[in-house]
Design a protein around this ligand. Structure first.
Ligand SMILES: *[C@@H]1O[C@H](CO)[C@@H](O)[C@H](O)[C@H]1NC(C)=O
Ligand SMILES: *[C@@H]1O[C@H](CO)[C@@H](O)[C@H](O)[C@H]1NC(C)=O
Ligand SMILES: *[C@@H]1O[C@H](CO)[C@@H](O)[C@H](O)[C@H]1NC(C)=O
Ligand SMILES: *[C@@H]1O[C@H](CO)[C@@H](O)[C@H](O)[C@H]1NC(C)=O
Ligand SMILES: *[C@@H]1O[C@H](CO)[C@@H](O)[C@H](O)[C@H]1NC(C)=O
Ligand SMILES: *[C@@H]1O[C@H](CO)[C@@H](O)[C@H](O)[C@H]1NC(C)=O
Length: 490
């Protein structure tokens, strides 16, 4: 086109056409303007077309998007939100919102933000945050849902389908993958995304974050989501039988983590998963704990029905909303609602979580009343009882819904050291948090009832040292940081 214009211009050098020159300049300007407008229109419409696969689009077409400043995902300091990104913001603002969502968003005053891939440093750990993004979760409104935040390594993947199917809302999953465990993690991600009957729940909702210590670098690290989605996987054997999940294949002693004698940094994973969520309410949970069905809608309906279940006045003590936790005998169907739970309970097939191992860790206030209260026909969610984590409940380790403003988990504590939730609850005791137990929602641990831990358990030697460290170092620190409230213990 430019060549043509040039040719015309040469022929216009002719004297008798000189008075046409201004016209030509004007025409060229018009053409340039139209062309620019078209370019802009194109960049604005492109993402709308591929909204579901936007994550893939963003990274596959590095060259295409670089002109609009998107190819660099590294330019934003952590937690600085990409509000000004021309692509993402219109998308999140055009997602349809229900009246409840709009009302709740005004009530809690939260801001919508899309999930996007970032490489971050987290202490000694490298973090690939939002490496694979759930398609529904990416543009989820901040008041539209609740994020189940959890952690694990690839050996925990067998719980994911159950959690995703029951939760049906965003899941933020932080995975510890040092050294070559990262390869097995990619095998596991591809398998759960492609080979399970419930894979679509995982694709819709689960966002995967991968982290590893800089002292235990993998040789290979995927550069973007597309690299993960292109990782080879196998759902079927050649003879037509279903392939066994790769995460059940690798023997424990072959794991990089075990070979390198690493402990599991559970609280690092917990914090990563929390900090990566884009909803106002979160549920920091362990992945073996399955929520009762329909919980997210029940909770948001409860808040919409009665705003004062939230502590909206900054002068009120802050609140979290625990769910009672149960365990059931191996082989039993995981109960979906309280009626099914009661059936098992009355037949001696369900009991309070850790009833034998640590009876005070999961006992909820007025346990018996909770059990006896009839579930309403519509399973309407209510605040059941309020308590502080002290006195009889001083070693309570509840799992609760929160607005993600409670203290983070102390990252010096490992899974092997146990007590990994107690410190956070200690801080919350010092801060005067109220625990409002919900009814009739609950959690069920992956079937199989835990017996007394064996004496030989490798965790014991860690646990003893950790308890000492907590008492002598962590507890005094927290009393200085959070206030020296009496009656609180770790
Ligand atoms: C981007 O452009 C570079 C150089 O032109 C090329 O080597 C690379 O393959 C391109 N990448 C994509 C994703 O198209
Ligand atoms: C992990 O995967 C990468 C990329 O495919 C490969 O180069 C590497 O050899 C693998 N490592 C192991 C231990 O299999
Ligand atoms: C199919 O192949 C797998 C692995 O190659 C093997 O474990 C399984 O027993 C085979 N099944 C049948 C029915 O041959
Ligand atoms: C493994 O770690 C523990 C605790 O840090 C240490 O006592 C032990 O000596 C280590 N073993 C090896 C083989 O590195
Ligand atoms: C709303 O919730 C508050 C706090 O739990 C409670 O005191 C109040 O009775 C509830 N109101 C209604 C109408 O249920
Ligand atoms: C907290 O208070 C107790 C007594 O009330 C006191 O013995 C202790 O030194 C205090 N700790 C800190 C860190 O101020």
């Amino acid at each position: 086109m430019i060549f043509k214009v040039f040719k015309t211009m040469v022929s216009l050098g002719n004297k008798r056409y000189t008075r046409l020159w201004p016209l030509v300049v004007l025409l060229t300007l018009v053409v340039i303007l139209i062309w620019r407008n078209l370019q802009q229109a194109r960049t604005l419409t492109l993402p709308r077309i591929s909204r579901k696969n936007f994550g893939k689009f963003l990274f596959l077409n590095d060259n295409e998007t670089s002109s609009s400043g998107l190819s660099s995902t590294e330019d934003y300091p952590r937690d600085q939100l990409p509000e000004e990104l021309p692509f993402l913001q219109p998308l999140i603002e055009t997602r349809e919102r229900s009246p409840r969502t709009l009302e709740l968003q005004k009530l809690v005053n939260c801001r919508n933000r899309p999930l996007r891939f970032q490489r971050l440093q987290h202490g000694e750990y490298w973090l690939l945050q939002n490496l694979v993004i759930g398609s529904e979760s990416q543009f989820m409104g901040c008041a539209e849902s609740i994020t189940y935040t959890t952690n694990g390594d690839y050996t925990f993947f067998d719980n994911l389908e159950m959690v995703a199917e029951r939760w049906q809302a965003p899941i933020s999953f932080a995975i510890h993958a040092p050294g070559y465990d990262l390869n097995s993690t990619l095998d596991a991600i591809q398998y759960v995304k492609n080979c399970l009957p419930g894979s679509h729940y995982i694709n819709d909702y689960v966002t995967f974050h991968v982290y590893f210590s800089n002292l235990h670098m993998p040789v290979y690290v995927p550069l973007n989501e597309a690299d993960v989605l292109n990782w080879p996987y196998k759902c079927m054997e050649e003879n037509g039988t279903l392939a066994t999940p790769p995460y059940t294949q690798v023997p424990r002693e072959a794991m990089y983590k075990v070979k390198a004698n690493l402990t599991y940094p559970i609280n690092v994973g917990r914090n990563i998963a929390r900090q990566a969520s884009n909803t106002h309410f979160i549920f920091a949970c362990d992945i073996e704990l399955y929520p009762s069905v329909g919980f997210v809608e029940q909770f948001l309906d409860m808040v919409a029905r009665n705003n004062s279940v939230l502590a909206l006045d900054p002068k009120q003590p802050r609140r979290v909303y625990p769910l009672p936790v149960f365990e059931i005998e191996a082989g039993q169907h995981v109960p979906e609602n309280k009626a099914e739970l009661l059936d098992l309970y009355r037949n001696g097939l369900a009991q309070l979580f850790h009833a034998k191992v640590c009876p005070t860790c999961h006992k909820v206030p007025q346990q018996q009343l909770w059990m006896n209260r009839a579930p309403s026909v519509r399973d309407e969610l209510k605040l059941f009882s309020m308590t502080l984590r002290r006195d009889k409940f001083r070693s309570w380790e509840p799992f609760y819904i929160s607005d993600n403003t409670e203290p983070l988990f102390d990252e010096r504590v490992t899974w092997e050291g146990q007590s990994n939730k107690r410190i956070q609850n200690f801080a919350m005791c010092l801060l005067g948090f109220e625990y409002h137990v919900l009814h009739p929602a609950f959690l069920v641990h992956s079937p199989g009832i835990k017996k007394q831990p064996s004496r030989k358990s490798g965790r014991l030697k860690y646990a003893k040292a950790m308890t000492k460290f907590i008492k002598s170092k962590i507890e005094p620190e927290y009393r200085i940081l959070y206030g020296n409230t009496t009656g609180c213990t770790t």
